[in-house]
Ligand binder design. Structure first.
Ligand code: ASP
Length: 422
């Protein structure tokens, strides 16, 4: 295995995991030890190790990235990053809206589908309990949460927006500081970042095992049979995600960034496969940073600033999915949505995708906000649960890819040559 490149090791692990999941099923065991318990063990240790790196990595990479860029260039870099994030998410949502309107996966005779939403399903009851009472005020809460009262508590609770805001401020003032100790601090944070990168590379040696556990568990539990009634919706979301990842973003890479999309895909493959397997942009961040710096050749300053921010606020796949899912539920309930309502969906999808955490299934909460805003029953979310995990894996890969495209395009606009120039 040692001589096989990491992305192939991960790809092989995914294939083996699908096989193991399909052949074993949910109740397979050896002498009472269930396979799922073994998969969970492998997957959880790997995920924990990645999550363990997130807080120090986000803080050190944002601070050292900003301090390295220096005072006067920072505003320009920040402006470009936000502009790219807002525009690419908007493009993603519009692609989703167009595809879901053309295919209309929820229209037609959907009595059976609508009736299949069983409100006594324990998984649905659980999800509903989490999303009940969500509304537009949650969109405002996203901005309130950005300013944490206690930065240590924010770090402990995984409140990434608060942590990012604090790190941005710290980096901003460090870059402008005239204090004689400023350079010590810069060295300190750069040192933390270097060690975190080294630990990431070590953790990634275990990625094939961890990925095997995560994917085998998902396949064993979800199976494929339950997918059937939802196939059209699944393919609609998949098609829209693919158009964004294989048409829209590569066009931006080629014509705005002047780099080769093919080379960039190759560079990012380990990160994309990890995003797919973990369904978490945050957990993938250590690897996204490593791939973009070492393989795509983006500087630590630009990637250290753009990527940690993107892992939390830039979610193209999620924004697109929110829109497709909300439109689908409306179609199943037989509701014709006019321009104003579709526009509302687009805007809420854009805003909520900023606040959605980079963890599995996070967008269900955002979708409930949209459903509430256009007056659809929350139970509609029940329909999404069947396909959610697999679509979550796919949209997370798109989220991570979009962050990486932002880093490359912004690095090019700052005059960097990168290793993937067209
Ligand atoms: N799992 C996604 C991510 O981490 C968020 C979501 O769409 O649920 O990027």
């Amino acid at each position: 295995m040692r001589n096989i490149p990491l992305h192939w090791q991960i790809a092989i692990a995914i294939l083996l995991a699908v096989l193991a999941g399909v052949l074993g099923g949910p109740s397979a065991n050896i002498g009472g030890l269930s396979f799922i318990a073994v998969y969970t063990f492998l997957g959880t240790i790997f995920l924990n190790a990645l999550k363990m790196l997130i807080v120090p990595l986000v803080v050190s990479s944002i601070i050292s990235g900003m301090a390295g860029v220096g005072g006067d260039k920072l505003e320009k870099l920040g402006g470009k990053t936000l502009l790219f994030y807002a525009s690419s998410s908007l493009i993603a949502i519009l692609i989703g809206l167009a595809v879901v309107n053309v295919i209309a996966p929820g229209s037609g005779d959907n009595q059976a589908l609508a009736a299949s939403i069983s409100t006594s399903d324990p998984e649905l009851t659980d999800t509903l309990a989490k999303v009940e009472g969500r509304g537009m005020s949650d969109v405002v809460q996203v901005f309130v949460r950005m300013v944490p009262t206690n930065v240590v508590a924010a770090a402990a609770d995984g409140q990434m927006l608060g942590l990012i805001f604090f790190s941005l401020l710290f980096g901003f003032f460090l870059a402008r500081s005239k204090s004689e100790h400023a350079s010590t601090l810069m060295h300190f944070w750069q040192g933390v970042m270097d060690i975190m990168t080294a630990i990431t590379m070590w953790v990634m040696k275990f990625a094939p095992l961890g990925v095997f556990g995560l994917v085998a568990k998902t396949v064993a539990i979800t199976g494929f049979a339950a997918f059937k009634p939802m196939l059209l919706f699944f393919f609609t979301a998949l098609l829209a995600l693919m158009i964004h990842a294989f048409v829209a973003l590569p066009l931006l890479l080629r014509y705005v960034g002047g780099v080769s999309p093919k080379k960039h895909y190759a560079a990012m493959t380990p990160a994309l496969l990890t995003a797919f397997s973990t369904a978490s942009s945050s957990a993938t961040l250590p690897l996204t940073l490593k791939s973009i710096q070492e393989e795509s050749g983006v500087s630590k300053q630009v990637s250290g600033f753009v990527l940690p921010l993107g892992a939390t606020v830039n979610m193209d796949g999620t924004a697109l999915y929110e829109c497709v899912a909300a439109m689908f539920i409306a179609q199943v309930y037989g509701l014709e949505l006019g321009f104003v309502q579709q526009f509302t969906i687009v805007m809420i999808a854009l805003l909520t995708s900023i606040g959605v955490a980079g963890i599995p299934a996070a967008s269900l909460v955002a979708i409930s906000v949209i459903l509430g805003a256009i007056g659809l029953p929350l139970e509609g979310i029940g329909l999404l649960l069947v396909t959610d995990r697999v679509l979550d894996m796919l949209r997370t890969a798109v989220n991570v890819f979009s962050d990486s495209c932002a880093a490359v395009i912004i690095a090019r606009s700052e005059g960097e040559t990168t290793k993937i120039a067209a």
